[in-house]
Design a protein around this ligand. Structure first.
Ligand code: CO
Length: 134
């Protein structure tokens, strides 16, 4: 069902500062940057092999990422898995009793479709399924 780890998302409070740090210390470069209005976040994608590190900063205090940072500080936010067929993957997980945050796909960044899976079903880690645009 899962093709690869698409990205690992790290919640940060200052996106520019985080990008500067990852560039300077780790030699990573930003391949893509986008504001996702729906989630009230701005993301920067830093490519590593066939995956990305996603730096994720809130654009509004009401964003779930803002609340995450308020509660727990900066850090690992979610792991995103790429799937071929998002609707089929969601149906399969639901059948297994996994708690879905998004029972239906929604628009992600870069023209993808995504759905989030509740951390309580994944040993405390928020998971995301990503389906690339055809
Ligand atoms: Co993500």
């Amino acid at each position: 069902m899962l093709n690869r780890i698409e990205h690992i998302a790290i919640a940060v409070s200052d996106l520019d500062a985080a990008i500067a740090g990852y560039s300077r210390s780790w030699g990573m470069t930003v391949e893509h940057r986008e504001v996702v209005e729906d989630q009230k976040v701005e993301e920067a994608m830093l490519k590593i092999g066939e995956s990305y590190i996603q730096l994720l900063a809130p654009t509004d205090p009401s964003s779930t990422v803002a609340k995450f940072i308020e509660r727990r500080g900066e850090g690992l936010h979610h792991i995103a898995y790429e799937v071929e067929d998002l609707v089929a993957a969601l149906a399969s997980l639901e059948k297994e009793g996994v708690t879905l945050i998004d029972p239906d796909p929604r628009a992600g960044s870069r023209g993808t479709r995504v759905a989030f899976i509740h951390p309580k079903s994944n040993n405390g880690v928020l998971a995301e399924l990503v389906e690339k645009k055809p």
